[in-house]
Design a protein around this ligand. Sequence first.
Ligand code: ZN
Length: 193
Amino acid sequence: MAHGFNEERLAERNNEIDRLNEKLQGIVLLKSIEVDILEDGTLDLADSILRRLDLTVCSVHSKFNLSREKQTQRIIRAMDNPWFSILAHPSGRLINARSPYDVDMERLIVAAKQRGCVLELNAHPDRLDLTDINCKMAKDAGAKIAISTDSHSKTDLALMRFGVAQARRGWLEPNDVVNTMSLPELKKALKRV
Ligand SMILES: [Zn+2]
């Protein structure tokens, strides 16, 4: 999905983030990228690139019509990669436009908990996955949730409130959500290797 991406440009961007972090006060920029989960469950970028980031956001953007078993296996296999941090928009639905892909969400939640992966609650009003029921299921399993806005522009950051509302509807509390962690806590929670 990363049009125009190459390793050199990512390295430049990472250096720029380092420079900014030296200057910024009271805020720390983390290095991340959204990585495609390919049909066979591998990630679309090499581990040698992923290991230089603070976290990765991994997601399905193709092959929505796989069987429930294959789609579930695909995502769990991706989670086996130790650089996998957050499963973004876990059902792939676009409200009023695209149905969720068929996947065993309960197994994804258990797999995420076992591997120390985080599940995204996508705050964008077109998405809002996880559902409230998925959120409660994740809480009961002890899996952590990241609420994020799927921002494609600065103004999208204001969508956060819809994610927080959905989290509350799904019985989530601050301890269930990685957004509430201090930076050292977050880094520790994301560190798998
Ligand atoms: Zn995406």
